[in-house]
Design a binder for this molecule. Structure first.
Ligand code: ASP
Length: 324
């Protein structure tokens, strides 16, 4: 249901963070209690890291990157360590970062030997004249910037291999299995009032021909503008690209002057839904309003305000927005 409530403009919080760990066919039936607890614990750990960095005065971009790097190292998520397999049995990782007060951005795609793609995205932003590098060139840049290559097998996990096996079976349920579950993203408001975002993904199981999804495309899966919001998307990348989803949300806020939570619900629950784009997003504005709508069965997500406990959620009957 679209919210019709009027936004309240209480005092913005000193800082705030929201994260997602991917959207998809995630239901209470599908997750065991132990799996659910593991996801909630991982989300909470990421939120607490973000909170401790923010309370120590770290900038939004730095916090978004460190939180996403922690999630990349967690095999539960389809990013970094837990990345899905390509059709050919490898891994190709994509990531992007953006900061809202400068509109500086960095993105990488098709990485095979970089442990934390989100850190390389930052390096592209800060240490190259470019915004978006892919494949071997991106890795060449990484080695020149003293990144250490890792064995591609580092990204192999049994769970993701089974998903590929299932995907490749002639009788396999391709759509359900290739649909994303585990891309990670963080949106942050820091104590200077600046916004930033980071997104990282292994993409979709069975992807071919150096396919690149929406996550590393600035304006599709990732966007931040202090005059609008910071937003990280997760879902069926091809359709998010065609809708320029992340920038569409920022434009609704910036030009149509829509309140963030209402704009995000309109985009995800109506426009993306009608377009067949399954997924969701997390977004934050400078007032600390947080939107986390999704039109799939579930989305791993959470948020944290200063001096309040972290909130994690997975299912549709749990919070999908928050105000300070
Ligand atoms: N959006 C990502 C992609 O299409 C996948 C995901 O969000 O899980 O690559």
């Amino acid at each position: 249901m679209l919210s019709s409530s009027v936004e309240t403009f209480a005092q913005p919080p000193a800082y705030a963070i929201a994260i997602h760990g991917g959207a998809g066919t995630i239901s209470r039936k599908m997750l065991s209690k132990a799996q659910e607890q593991a996801y909630r614990a991982s989300l909470e750990r990421a939120l607490l890291l973000g909170d401790s960095l923010l309370s120590a005065g770290h900038e939004a971009l730095d916090v978004a990157i460190q939180v996403v790097a922690l999630m990349e190292d967690d095999s539960l998520f389809n990013a970094g360590k837990g990345s899905v397999f390509t059709f050919d049995g490898g891994h190709e990782l994509d990531a992007a970062v953006m900061e809202g007060h400068t509109l500086r951005a960095g993105a990488v795609a098709g990485l095979k030997r970089i442990k934390n793609p989100v850190r390389l995205a930052r390096e592209v932003m800060e240490q190259s004249p470019h915004v978006f590098l892919y494949g071997e060139g991106a890795e060449q840049f990484a080695w020149e910037r003293s990144f250490e290559p890792i064995e591609p097998s580092y990204f192999d996990t049994e769970r993701r291999r089974n998903q590929l096996r299932n995907y490749l079976k002639p009788t396999g349920n391709r759509s359900a299995d290739s649909l994303p579950k585990g891309t990670v993203g963080a949106v942050v408001l820091d104590s200077k009032g600046n916004l930033a975002v980071a997104t990282s993904t292994g993409g979709m199981t069975g992807k071919r021909w150096n396919r690149i999804g929406d996550s590393p495309i600035i304006g599709s899966g990732t966007y931040a503008d202090n005059e609008a919001c910071a937003v990280s998307c997760t879902g069926h990348g091809e359709l998010f690209i065609r809708k320029a989803a992340a920038h569409d949300l920022a434009a609704k806020v910036k030009y149509a002057k829509m309140p963030l939570i209402q704009a995000a619900e309109l985009l995800v629950m109506k426009e993306l839904q009608q377009f067949g784009a399954e997924g969701g997003l997390v977004a934050i504005d400078r007032n600390g309003h947080i939107a986390m709508p999704f039109n799939s069965e579930g989305m791993y997500r959470g948020y944290k305000y200063p001096s309040k406990p972290p909130v994690t959620a997975i299912y549709a009957d749990e919070p999908a927005s928050a105000r300070p």
